[in-house]
Design a protein around this ligand. Structure first.
Ligand code: PLP
Length: 382
């Protein structure tokens, strides 16, 4: 089996992640932050250590501003619904995932926010000036994905952060594709909020995600409940992370995520990116030699977070993915990748694409095998 679906969720996870989750379940999985006994304190300390490990990857100075969620979708919903209000204007890009677009469209319908979607070029690249031109008096928020989950194209985050900071707007980044391998410094990039899953590039388990909220961003809760703090009050605490972390945390998951973050820190995000790009480059250069392949991704390391999107002639993307799986044991994702706007931008709204997303654990020989498989399928489908 060759797993090339890491953009959906990373697999395999490092052994240390599995081991620490197992140890947590067996040795210290009490409720963190709720009780004063040693096991609860130990669980609380482990959650805090995970917060710190994740924050240090992104230069988040105050770990209390990192909120644990169950995935990137929850983090994005908290960020969007917690900061947008009736009559406000939000600018975003045509390359967003539905976990950005659906909350925006729901708010547009339900409370009358205004949404402007700036379209990318044929690769999905956004011109920062096109965002700047859309800023109006009631604009409060700019939202951009760090890189597209369909073809990996990287967005001009630095320029967008600068534009947002110059206009005193909040800037929300969906770092679902790229967190863990791309260099992200929330201070340098003027990022006010950043949402990301724990289960993709951060090598943690499913059921984990994070939202970073910088100081000075007025944010409301989506959900209230027990936090283990201010427990004598009927009112939700107004401080982070408690304000946005109601209910018992996913302690084993968070510990696994923190271990994944430490693994990345030790391996070096830059080295991970280089390894992924080595593989992506082999795939892209190889695919471009195979008759009938339509390629939607670029091999430039600075412009691709690690995804290769293709179609083969007019073969249905689901069928190609199925053949790769059943005849060659290569696992990809096909169809529409929860990003209708991105498919429209790339011109694949009718066909979808087959997405290959290697991780640092894939080997060069697996890429060669994949190219060989695609070449054979190509000749068979002429
Ligand atoms: C760009 C992007 N944003 C958001 C998400 C949602 O992530 P999650 O499934 O963790 O909620 C994904 C998942 O594929 C994604 O690729």
């Amino acid at each position: 089996m060759i797993y090339l679906d890491n953009a959906a969720t990373s697999f395999p996870k490092p052994e240390c992640v599995c081991r620490e989750m197992d140890r947590c379940m067996r040795e210290y999985c009490a409720n963190p932050g709720r009780s004063g006994h040693p096991l609860s304190l130990k669980a609380g300390a482990a959650v805090m250590a995970s917060r710190e490990a994740i924050c240090s990857l992104f230069n988040i100075c105050d770990p209390m501003r990192l909120v644990f969620t169950k995935n990137a979708t929850e983090a994005l919903n908290i960020a969007i619904k917690g900061t947008a209000f009736s009559g406000c204007h939000v600018i975003t890009t045509s390359m967003e995932h539905n976990s950005v677009m659906r909350p925006l469209r729901a708010l547009e319908r339900d409370i009358g926010i205004e949404v402007t979607v700036v379209r990318g070029n044929e690769l999905g690249e956004i011109d920062p000036d096109d965002i700047r031109k859309e800023i109006k008096k009631n604009t409060v928020l700019i939202i951009s994905t760090l890189s597209s989950n369909v073809n990996g194209i990287v967005m001009p985050i630095k320029e967008l952060g600068y534009i947002a900071s110059q206009s005193d707007l909040a800037f929300l980044v969906d770092a679902s594709q790229g967190a863990g391998s791309m260099a992200i410094d929330v201070e340098e990039l003027n990022i006010s909020m950043m949402a990301f899953p724990g289960h993709k590039g951060l090598l943690g388990p499913q059921g984990t995600g994070c939202l970073y909220v910088s100081n000075g961003i007025p944010i409301k809760t989506l959900m209230e409940g027990g936090t283990g703090s201010n427990s004598d009050s009927h009112y939700q605490p107004d401080f982070l992370p408690d304000m946005l972390e109601s209910g018992t945390l996913n302690t084993p998951g968070i510990v696994g995520l923190g271990t994944g973050a430490s693994y990345i820190a030790t391996a070096g995000a830059g080295k991970i990116a280089a390894q992924k790009h080595r593989l992506v480059k082999i795939l892209i250069e190889g695919f471009s030699q195979i008759p009938g392949v339509n390629l939607y991704s670029v091999s430039d390391i600075n412009r691709n977070s690690g995804i290769v999107a293709i179609n083969l002639r007019d073969l249905d993307s689901g069928e190609l993915s199925y053949i790769l799986d059943k005849e060659y044991g290569i696992y990809t994702r096909a169809g529409f990748h929860c990003s209708p706007g991105a498919h429209k931008t790339l011109g694949t709204e009718k066909t979808g694409v087959v997405r290959f997303s290697p991780s640092l654990f894939n080997k060069v020989s697996e890429m060669i095998y994949t190219l060989d498989a695609l070449e054979k399928i190509s000749w068979k489908t002429i």
